[in-house]
Design a protein. Structure first.
Length: 379
């Protein structure tokens, strides 16, 4: 029989079938797929299903290997370029040569960064994903702060040097390699390297002024009471309320888009919310809705007509006084409020993703204090 019609060699394993019986091979395939996708789309842009499909395995298998998307991301990033690798711990590099060795190694490895290295994805994700920011901080502590601490010891001067070296290294990443800002991205490595070494030398060995205890100031003469609240200046007040107004406008725009997908306006949804807030049987008069601040008194009737037509509310005459008309949520209206509220909470979590939990609690406390101050100011 000639070669054209010969039977294929059955001893040669098929790649996909062979990998299905090779746990380590499948695990490596998942890591490679995750590395490619995370590098291209960042943490938030990639899901477990997409990674599984890229690797040719099931989503359940990915979860079995790594437990969660966070667990997989941590392992992927752990195999990346990092910041300084072992330069700071290299016993052959003395302290005087360390800045130049660090500048050379740092720029050389980042200039040759593989296309699918996950570190850029980690840094970009850290800007809006708190777990990524926490992971990034942990790695920087391990790769930069801890070796420098062993070299410099403890104290305020060491803290200042470590903070500056981290900021320099991380600033070069952002300017030259992630955002490609000019002139950082176009300066030849051979020109940038000695300048970076000089800056690192100053951060590592330059003088750090000792902290001085300020001498007590003489007691100031009493000043007339200010018309503004303590600690507030004119520009500061303007900045605070300008920021609040801007955040409110963006938030209402976002929620308006959410409710619009359900075929109603934001003002109409606020009528539904005002009814739902009363609890079962979800009933209020139009005057009560207007008094609650949901919509203006003139707009309640207009929105009520449309909501009745959509089957989301009903009009009911009061059993004691037929002149009084109540608006009541229908089951369809209550269901819509629940669905929109779920979507809204999901978007709210995304809006706050740039703040770590401690910052979120601090912001809530500050806004609560501002609310009390505004209420007392009207008393």
């Amino acid at each position: 029989m000639d070669a054209e019609h010969s039977t294929p060699d059955r001893t040669t394993p098929e790649p996909r079938r062979g990998r299905s019986h090779d746990p380590e091979g499948r695990r490596s395939a998942v890591l490679e797929a995750a590395r490619r996708l995370f590098a291209a789309q960042g943490y938030k842009g990639v899901g477990i299903r997409a990674i599984a499909a890229e690797a040719g395995v099931t989503p359940g298998l990915v979860m079995a290997y790594f437990g969660s998307k966070d667990g997989l991301f941590r392992e992927v990033v752990g195999g990346g370029t990092g910041v300084t690798e072992g330069v700071l711990d290299d016993p052959t590099v003395d302290r005087e040569e360390l800045p130049r060795a660090l500048a050379h190694d740092y720029l050389d490895r980042w200039d040759r960064l593989p296309a699918h290295d996950p570190w850029p994805a980690l840094i970009r994700s850290g800007l809006s994903h708190p777990p990524s920011a926490e992971l990034l901080s942990t790695i920087l502590d391990r790769q930069v702060s801890e070796p420098l601490r062993r070299l410099l010891g403890d104290g305020d001067a060491a803290d200042a040097r470590i903070a500056m070296i981290r900021s320099i290294l991380f600033g070069v990443i952002m300017e030259r390699y992630l955002f490609a800002h000019e002139p950082a991205t176009s300066v030849p490595t051979g020109t940038l390297e000695p300048v970076l070494a000089d800056v690192l030398t100053a951060a590592l060995t330059g003088p750090v002024p000792e902290r001085r205890t300020p001498e007590p100031e003489p007691a100031a003469a009493p000043r007339p009471l200010a018309r503004e609240a303590p600690g507030a200046s004119g520009p500061a007040v303007f900045t605070v309320f300008a920021a609040l107004n801007a955040c409110t406008a963006r938030y209402r725009t976002l929620i308006g888009r959410v409710v619009k997908r359900h075929g109603i306006s934001l003002a109409a949804f606020e009528v539904l919310s005002a009814l739902h807030a009363t609890g079962a049987p979800y009933r209020r008069t139009m005057g009560e809705i207007a008094a609650a601040g949901a919509v203006s008194a003139g707009g309640v009737t207009q929105h009520a007509d449309r909501l009745v037509e959509a089957g989301l509310i009903e009009r009911e005459r009061d059993g004691q006084d037929r002149r009084i008309v109540h608006l009541r949520l229908t089951p369809a209206g209550a269901d819509l409020v629940g669905r929109v509220s779920d979507e809204r909470r999901a978007h709210e979590r995304e809006l706050l993703a740039g703040l770590v939990p401690g910052e979120q609690r601090q912001l809530a406390a500050l806004l609560d204090g501002l609310g009390r101050s505004m209420t007392e100011g009207q008393g």
